[in-house]
Design a protein around this ligand. Structure first.
Ligand SMILES: Cc1cc2nc3c(=O)[nH]c(=O)nc-3n(C[C@H](O)[C@H](O)[C@H](O)COP(=O)(O)O)c2cc1C
Length: 248
């Protein structure tokens, strides 16, 4: 546990070496051992190995090069389609056309995704999550032929590492952990907890490169802007409607 979990880092560069079918199967089987709500397993995983399909997916992930360079791209989906069909075949009326059910399936799919990542990393592979999946869900649905009841929640690229970047920082544990009750942050504790992150050379560079005066502004004004969040939220809400999760 110490080596795999504490020494990991995201890998964005991969060797041009495939991942064998048996190894990928093993990793996916481990992933599917993950706990899920009521053991309903309301998720699906789409494997993309085909070069052409990766090229189709690439612009939907803002041309992040991992999509075309990784031997395997996995798209994790919240999926009530299979379960709904089973219910209907067995004279049971599914009541899963609502936002809560989307959250249930999204949680299941993301828990499985994370287990798959750990399983892959435990075999020496490198992984990178792509958050672009929820931004471009409408287009990914088209490219991967996802039916009603299915919404992509995360994409993970997997491959043999061709880099070993430095580990990136984390907030101190005292910033994250609350004992028994939530201990709300004061200006002083915020200053204390973010001091290390803001003081790092790479953070300072990041601020200069982006022509900003604080690291927080790099997030609010450049990386995760309000207007973008609103724009992509509208698309995602429409996806949830179209895929049948907003009927109540
Ligand atoms: C939901 C999610 C979405 C992410 N999206 C991207 C992405 O689109 N592109 C990318 O290069 N990294 C992405 N990452 C990787 C994060 O940038 C990375 O995990 C974070 O900087 C911490 O680095 P580490 O994993 O090496 O510790 C994502 C991670 C998560 C969990």
């Amino acid at each position: 546990m110490k080596d795999i979990l504490l020494n990991r880092r995201t890998i964005r560069k991969y060797l041009a070496i495939p991942i064998g079918k048996s190894m990928l199967d093993e990793i996916l089987i481990a992933g599917c051992r993950t706990s899920t709500t009521g053991n309903m397993q309301v998720y699906s995983i789409i494997i993309t190995r085909d070069k052409k399909k990766k090229e189709e997916l690439s612009p939907l992930h803002f041309n992040q090069k991992m999509v075309t360079e990784a031997p395997v791209v996995l798209t994790f989906c919240a999926d009530f389609n299979r379960f709904n069909k089973w219910c209907r075949l067995r004279n049971a009326e599914p009541g899963y056309d609502n936002f809560l059910s989307f959250m249930t399936a999204a949680i299941d799919s993301l828990l499985v995704a994370q287990t798959v990542c750990i399983a892959a990393e435990s075999r020496g592979l490198g992984i990178c999550y792509l958050g672009t999946t929820t931004y471009m869900a409408n287009k990914i649905i088209e490219v991967l032929n996802l039916p009603k009841g299915v919404v992509p929640t995360a994409t993970v690229t997997i491959g043999w590492p061709a880099e070993k970047p430095d580990q990136v920082d984390r907030l101190p544990m005292s910033a994250i952990i609350h004992n028994e009750l939530y201990n709300d942050y004061t200006d002083e504790t915020i200053n204390k907890y973010y001091c290390e992150k803001e003081g790092r050379h790479d953070s300072k560079q990041f601020v200069i490169e982006n022509n900003k005066s604080t690291l927080a502004q790099v997030f609010t004004d450049v990386r995760y802007k309000k207007e973008d969040n609103i724009y992509f939220s509208k698309i995602l809400i429409q996806v949830l409607k179209d895929q049948g999760f907003m009927n109540q």
